[in-house]
Design a protein around this ligand. Structure first.
Ligand SMILES: Cc1cc2nc3c(=O)[nH]c(=O)nc-3n(C[C@H](O)[C@H](O)[C@H](O)COP(=O)(O)OP(=O)(O)OC[C@H]3O[C@@H](n4cnc5c(N)ncnc54)[C@H](O)[C@@H]3O)c2cc1C
Length: 600
């Protein structure tokens, strides 16, 4: 059965030696940070993830959630107790504001802990994960009364949150949604409609569930400009702020699905349920985007979690299973066969997986730090630059990160051969669980459209220009020894391809928007490779400096340099092919008559 241990050393290497998070302790926005506490916090979080969350991953998958005739939903055995321990341990409160009982720790630490929890048990980690999104929306757009009513309970984990966007006919295109909200005349609204695919919509782990629901007011304009957001609790808070009268909403059914069986996916029926407007009339999409942007980074992190756990189990199998002999002659002649790890093709799978996974981790931890800096950096210029980079990188982290999660999971299943395909070994669960992350929170193709349609042209191209400049300057500043030089040179070429791809888009998309649509995925992949390449340059620099100074674990640092070189040799060259593919434009794919797709 598959195992999980939190990637503590790699996370600390990034936080300490690459991002130098501890040096920021006491600075604006990092007041709650004590540099000496980073390691103990992460060590405890890792222990909690591997000892409490991970043992429930396979059993939760097998058992799934159960909906009862009265509409209640029971989560898999052990989930409620693990969630209670999570709340009691304060793990839900790490980054939330102190005013509401949070610990106001940096997001760079928060994302590290979220990765551990998601890697250990993606389904269980979804319940607090969605709550975090709800907290952010209420913090940003809620009234003082709403903040006072909901935030402390959501932060402590006593209540959980959900996000209700999707309807049967309105998935990507939220402008089509039909749920309605009629004013009750007392400041509240009666919300009616059916939402589908609502994660954690009903369960038995919290005393109340706070639904953030998109619906239309009676006078709403058509389309996405006419959407408002409502806060609709399962139990209406009484005068003491405790769960009171049951609201008229219920879970109609739960979905049977490919993976994440421990996370209930609910049809939610709102039947004149009492709710309150949050964030202004017809401002729902903007309010929901606050939640969705945070959630998109978090979904990218789910990709990382699945990649990490799959890699760990792929690597341990390759060092345990014996098949065949090394091409250069037996490595262990006294054994019946050599270990899988002697074979270059198995090593290719492992090196690809490791280079992608560790690169993605560095990227996600950096975006955690950028989130902190976008709010709290000392100067306006730094805050703006951090915010620009986060906006630019959000679709990349979501889509490239979840593609990596699925890709690495299937490649590590491959390392296990047929034993990876059978359920009892756990590898196929990672593949099934990882798959959804490419679809929800805006399918990955939609992330590419967001990048091309909004993020690249944003503020006259300011964010991408700032990214180009950052990559160029870090290449110029990089140390000039072997591995660092190799990654710096490959990154320089890749950044050149990215600039060429962006230029092609600028020249060819205005005359034909289909060129933007057809090129979107490829340029997102290029940007993802360059961003992760930048992370490898930083990690290689840090590892090389540590080796020179005789600091840290030499074998770990040397492995970092090998992975950086592998990324330079095996991943970054793909940008050239992607750029050429993108420049083919939309002509051929749009030339096929729609009905021809149906012909054999
Ligand atoms: C397990 C699970 C959990 C979920 N949890 C939640 C939740 O908690 N809350 C919630 O509100 N929703 C949730 N969802 C819904 C999820 O976010 C949607 O399924 C997703 O956004 C896609 O919508 P859709 O399924 O209707 O696909 P569609 O919108 O029909 O899209 C189908 C395909 O067409 C592509 N496409 C659509 N429009 C365009 C376009 N304009 N340009 C280019 N390509 C396009 C998409 O990329 C996609 O590949 C969940 C779904 C699942 C399966």
């Amino acid at each position: 059965m598959a195992d999980y241990s939190a990637p503590l050393r790699d996370t600390l290497f990034n936080l300490d030696q690459v991002l130098k998070l501890g040096d920021r302790a006491g600075q604006p926005g990092f007041e709650a940070l004590d540099a000496d506490m980073i390691e103990p916090i992460l060590t405890e979080a890792g222990k909690f993830a591997s000892e409490v969350f991970a043992p429930l991953n396979a059993s939760g998958d097998r058992q799934g959630c159960t909906r009862h005739d009265d509409g209640s939903v029971t989560v898999p055995d052990g989930f409620a107790d693990a969630y209670r321990q999570m709340c009691e341990g304060g793990w839900t409160t790490l980054t939330a504001p102190e005013t509401y009982g949070g610990q106001a720790l940096p997001h760079a630490i928060g994302v590290a802990v979220e990765e551990f929890l998601s890697g250990a048990n993606m389904s269980l980690a979804m319940y607090p994960g969605l709550t975090d999104g709800a907290i952010r929306a209420v913090v940003a757009r809620g009234s003082d009364e709403q903040k006072a009513t909901y935030l402390a309970k959501l932060t402590s984990g006593e209540w959980t949150g959900t996000m209700n966007l999707t309807e049967p006919h309105a998935g990507t295109d939220l402008g089509l949604l039909r749920s309605r909200a009629e004013p009750n005349g007392d400041g509240s609204y009666a919300v009616s409609g059916t939402k589908i695919f609502i994660s954690c919509g009903e369960h038995d782990m919290a005393s109340n569930i706070v639904h953030l629901v998109l619906a239309r007011l009676p006078d709403a304009p058509k389309g996405s400009k006419g959407i408002s957001m409502f806060i609709v609790p399962k139990f209406l808070p009484d005068e003491n702020g405790e769960p009171g009268e049951r609201n008229s909403l219920s879970c109609g059914s739960i979905e049977e699905k490919m993976g994440i069986h421990g996370s209930c996916t609910c049809v939610m029926n709102y039947d004149g349920a009492k709710g309150w407007l949050i964030g202004g009339e017809h401002q729902g999409l903007a309010a929901m985007f606050i939640m969705m942007n945070a959630a998109r980074l978090w979904v990218g992190l789910q990709g990382l979690g699945q990649a990490e756990v799959a890699y760990q189990n792929g690597a341990s199998y390759a060092l345990d299973r014996r098949q065949g002999r090394a091409l250069t002659g037996p490595v262990e002649p006294d054994q019946s066969a050599d270990l899988l790890v002697v074979h270059p093709d198995v090593r290719r799978l492992l090196m690809d997986a490791r280079a992608k996974t560790e690169g993605l981790r560095a990227l996600i931890l950096w975006t955690g730090l950028l989130t902190d800096l976008s709010h709290h950096a000392a100067t306006e210029e730094e805050r703006t630059q951090a915010d620009d980079l986060i906006q630019l990188l959000t679709p990349v982290v979501k889509a490239v990160g979840t593609d990596i999660g699925y890709d690495v999971s299937t490649q590590m299943q491959q390392v296990w051969g047929g034993h990876g395909y059978v359920a009892e070994n756990g590898m196929e669960q990672f593949v099934r669980d990882a798959r959804i992350a490419m679809i929800y929170e805006g399918a990955n193709g939609i992330q590419a459209m967001d990048l091309v349609g909004r993020k690249l042209p944003m503020k006259g191209g300011r964010a991408i220009q700032s990214f180009f400049a950052l990559v160029d300057s870090e290449i110029a500043d990089a140390a000039s020894d072997g591995a660092v030089r190799e990654i710096a040179e490959a990154l320089g070429k890749a950044n050149g391809e990215l600039k060429a791809a962006a230029m092609w888009l600028m020249q060819n998309a205005p005359e034909n928007p289909d060129n933007a649509g057809s090129a979107a995925y490829a340029i997102m992949e290029i940007l993802g490779l360059v961003a992760i390449g930048l992370m490898w340059l930083r990690m290689a620099n840090a590892a090389s400096a540590a080796i020179e100074a005789g600091e840290g674990d030499k074998a770990f640092m040397e492995a970092k340099l090998l992975c950086a070189r592998h990324f330079a040799q095996s991943e970054l060259p793909d940008v050239g092919a992607l750029r050429r593919k993108l420049q083919a434009g939309a002509e051929v794919i749009m030339a096929m008559p729609a009905e021809s797709f149906l012909r054999a």
